[in-house]
Write a protein that binds this ligand. Structure first.
Ligand code: ADP
Ligand code: ADP
Ligand code: ZN
Length: 214
């Protein structure tokens, strides 16, 4: 089953992804992680993506859609995948649904993590991310056991460039303008579960697994 984890930057998508993937035995497909991996390797795609990410803007639809379609076509995604951070525009949603349809696949569930706007800036500016595996932490809500060291892979835990407060505000503005309308597009499909993402990490996890019937 393919699942979409939807919500504004800072809603908790990345934090919740691992438990969902484990429970459903499907891979985590995060477009942000894919771009950051390319950037780390210095590929042309990584450099292109960086020019948009640093400004808090979206990478163009044509670029993102090609990457997602080829990722979803890989062997490990044949039983479905968890999409985190995609679709972020109505054009991406249209492409995704028609591509899946062509493959005889469909979105089983959309989990919409709803978090009040005023909580998002403190969450994002306090976020710290592992350079090794992409795991996310928070300076006060979810710190790594050892300062600056990833619990999962012992990699370096740092602040992302685009998590500085000024870029955070631009990203939230981009979300309102381009991504929030995707929810209205998804809702008539009948598979959207809205979850209160302002609760504790453990409570949100329980609610998501409950919505997925696990
Ligand atoms: P997203 O992937 O949706 O942008 P993240 O999962 O990276 O969001 O979470 C953003 C920040 O908020 C991280 O620092 C994370 O540790 C923290 N966070 C996530 N969920 C919660 C929660 N339920 N309560 C408090 N902090 C949270
Ligand atoms: P967050 O965890 O805060 O939601 P992501 O890691 O998902 O952030 O994304 C980081 C950046 O990568 C975005 O601000 C955007 O520039 C780019 N990006 C990620 N996914 C997409 C997408 N589906 N469409 C366009 N740009 C994207
Ligand atoms: Zn790590």
């Amino acid at each position: 089953m393919d699942v979409i984890l939807f919500g504004p930057p800072g809603a908790g998508k990345g934090t919740q992804a691992a438990a969902v993937c484990e429970a459903l035995s499907i891979p985590h497909v995060s477009t942000g992680d894919i771009f950051r991996r390319h950037l780390k390797e210095g590929t042309p795609l990584g450099l292109l993506a960086k020019s948009f990410m640093d400004k808090g803007e979206l990478v163009p639809d044509s670029v993102v859609c090609d990457i997602v379609a080829s990722r979803l076509a890989e062997a490990d995604c044949q039983g479905g995948a968890l999409l985190d951070g995609f679709p972020r525009t109505v054009a991406q949603a249209e492409m995704l649904y028609s591509w899946l349809d062509g493959q005889g696949r469909e979105i089983g569930t959309v989990i919409n993590l709803q978090v009040e706007g005023s909580m998002l800036v403190p969450r994002l500016s306090g976020r710290r991310t592992c350079l090794g595996c992409g795991a996310t932490f928070h300076v006060s809500h979810n710190p790594p056991k050892k300062l600056g060291v990833c619990d999962r892979c012992s990699g370096d835990v740092v602040q992302r460039n685009d998590d500085l407060e000024e870029t955070v505000r631009l990203r939230l503005y981009t979300y309102e303008r381009e991504t929030a309308p995707v929810l209205a597009w998804l809702k008539p499909k009948g598979t959207v579960y809205t979850i209160d993402g302002s609760k504790s990490i453990a409570q949100v996890q329980l609610a998501i697994l409950g919505a997925l019937g696990i």
